[in-house]
Design a protein around this ligand. Structure first.
Ligand code: C2E
Ligand code: MG
Ligand code: MG
Ligand code: MG
Length: 291
């Protein structure tokens, strides 16, 4: 649209540096209040086993509906919140929602795990494992139903610094996942030394694997490497059934992506889970779903 019309028009539509700075400043100063007033919520995206398609868990993804700017993407505000030193409030908020959800499912006899994204800043906080332990206890949730996701670039930025906190979390028994794998300066050798349980292949490779042999090779080698290190391998960004089938054929363990479901509000997730359960009963196939 604006870009196609070319010339100076593009500049007229693009926000100026000053506007961008102002917006970022507003987001950061309004964030705490946004948490308290219900503007911020958590959506959940299902993860399914391959090839059975059994629902294993969901990933918690934060959403902010801003009164002035509308629906904001976490890629816009999470880095700003991190840079302003406010990310602990976000982590607490999402962790609490996640544990409430897990507990509510447990009370209905369901075992569905929730994955929470951590900021690299949490890895520098030596008290973080204790904080997680306290939250698990308060909500009466067993650690194995909580997954904590850390980006590859976050961990690799300073692995020596991250290690004590990773060890502390691992000792608790929570599942540790390396997110966006393949995009950082993958020190594959280093992955072996980290106490992690799961690796998530970055969606950019999964998008490309149907048409680009290079992407396909990256996906295949992460699956193989992951398995040789005893890790569970998850593919994110699964949008097409050809990708899902290719991943299943390679032995990738878990799939997440729009093909299975987009991230859903709590209510819509419940409806989605009910529909899956009904479908599984209809098929009378024990391997399809064990909800
Ligand atoms: P991520 O942890 O790698 O999460 C996966 C992102 O990929 C999500 O974007 C999800 O909506 C998107 N996605 C999943 N499947 C597909 C697909 O098939 N196609 C496409 N096009 N996209 C797909 P989202 O929700 O915008 O989140 C972006 C990033 O923001 C996350 O990447 C994560 O790094 C960060 N983030 C989200 N929530 C939190 C949070 O509570 N705390 C922290 N620290 N970071 C968060
Ligand atoms: Mg993630
Ligand atoms: Mg990711
Ligand atoms: Mg990401």
């Amino acid at each position: 649209r604006a870009a196609r019309s070319g010339g100076d028009r593009v500049r007229a539509y693009a926000p100026s540096m000053g506007q961008m700075f102002l917006r970022r400043f507003q987001l950061v100063t309004q964030f705490r209040q946004a948490l308290e007033t219900g503007q911020v919520s958590v959506h959940y995206q299902p993860k399914v086993a391959l090839p059975s398609r059994e629902v294993l868990g969901v990933e918690a993804l934060v959403r902010w509906v801003h009164p002035e700017f509308g629906r904001l993407d976490p890629d816009e505000f999470v880095p700003a919140v991190e840079a302003a030193g406010l990310v602990d409030a976000l982590t607490d908020f999402v962790l609490d929602k996640a544990l409430v959800r897990i507990r509510a499912w447990m009370d209905r006899g369901l075992r569905i795990g929730v994955a929470v994204n951590l900021s690299v800043r949490s890895l520098a906080n030596l008290d973080f494992p204790e904080l997680v332990a306290g939250a698990l206890e308060r909500h009466r949730v067993p650690p194995e139903l909580l997954t904590l996701e850390l980006t590859e670039s976050g961990v690799m930025a300073d692995p020596q610094r991250a290690l004590p906190v990773l060890r502390g979390l691992h000792t608790l028994g929570v599942v540790l996942a390396v997110d966006d794998f393949g995009t950082g300066y993958s020190s594959l050798a280093y992955l072996r030394q980290l106490p992690v349980d799961e690796v998530k292949i970055d969606k950019s490779f999964v998008f490309g694997m149907g048409s680009d042999l290079g992407d396909l090779a990256v996906v295949r080698s992460i699956v193989e490497l992951g398995h040789s290190l005893g890790l569970v391998v998850v593919a994110e960004g699964v949008e097409e059934d050809t990708a899902r089938d290719q991943l299943a054929a390679m032995g990738c363990d878990v799939a997440q992506g729009y093909l299975i479901s987009r991230p859903l509000s709590e209510d819509r997730l419940e409806a989605w889970l009910r529909a899956r359960t009904a479908q599984a009963r209809g098929l009378r196939d024990e391997t399809v779903l064990t909800l």
